[in-house]
Design a protein around this ligand. Structure first.
Ligand SMILES: NC(=O)c1ccc[n+]([C@@H]2O[C@H](COP(=O)([O-])OP(=O)(O)OC[C@H]3O[C@@H](n4cnc5c(N)ncnc54)[C@H](OP(=O)(O)O)[C@@H]3O)[C@@H](O)[C@H]2O)c1
Length: 202
């Protein structure tokens, strides 16, 4: 069954995910801060995209995440897929603004009161989100979230993109998935952005 999906932050990540899921038959609205007259019918304001979606995707830069969620209005009962990474430029280069004892995902869940928040699609490049086709193995995306009833729907959306969706347990596992994203970013700088993590089993 198709999901109604609202994309909050329709840039590279939000655009890639929304286009991919729309092509798979899901009903997608892209929420923009400044919707323009004459734009495509699937481009709406943030609040309208949030109202429309049963599943919302947060894909804004980290400093905008709190305001973007506030602009959504009530989020009770929504499934929220948090793709953000709490990145800041530190004295030694790119770093996480928070971590170890908490995570961006848990902060997002606190801002999005009433939503079932999941952390996934944050530890792979946007170029691979529109169809994860790799030669040898299926790349993976870990999925962290507390709502056991909603998790299969999020896992199915991730699998539909071509990833092996792996249940990473509760949302606090976002503490591990956000450093994994930083590792991916560092490796991508030297080796290119066409890679993705895979989990192999024997
Ligand atoms: N790039 C990647 O490969 C990648 C992979 C995994 C995760 N991530 C994470 O995903 C997030 C998005 O990354 P990105 O590369 O897609 O960034 P991006 O291309 O810069 O897109 C960000 C989008 O967020 C919108 N936005 C900014 N503030 C907003 C607000 N207050 N309300 C609504 N929309 C707002 C921007 O719209 P305007 O045009 O109005 O500014 C823009 O469309 C980041 O947290 C990043 O760390 C990125």
């Amino acid at each position: 069954m198709g999901e109604r999906i609202g994309i909050i932050g329709a840039g590279r990540v939000g655009g890639a995910l929304g286009r991919a899921w729309a092509a798979l038959g899901h009903d997608v609205r892209f929420g923009a801060r400044r919707p323009r007259a004459g734009q495509a019918a699937d481009r709406v304001g943030v609040a309208e995209a949030a109202r429309f979606g049963d599943v919302l995707v947060l894909a804004t830069p980290w400093p905008a995440a709190k305001d973007a969620l506030a602009a959504c209005g009530g989020l009770a009962g929504k499934i929220l897929i948090d793709c953000t990474n709490p990145l800041v430029m530190g004295p030694e280069g790119l770093a996480l603004a928070l971590g170890h004892a908490t995570s961006g995902g848990e902060q997002v869940a606190a801002w999005a009161a009433g939503a079932a928040t999941f952390k996934t699609l944050n530890h792979v490049g946007f170029e691979s989100m529109g169809g994860a086709l790799f030669a040898a193995a299926r790349p993976c995306q870990f999925v962290a979230g507390d709502d056991a009833a909603a998790k299969p729907r999020v896992m199915a959306l991730v699998e539909a993109l071509g990833f092996q969706a792996i249940d990473a347990g509760p949302l606090r596992a976002a503490r591990l998935l956000e450093p994994l994203a930083l590792l991916w970013i560092e490796a991508a700088r030297s080796q290119g952005r066409t890679s993705a993590f895979a989990l192999l089993r024997r």
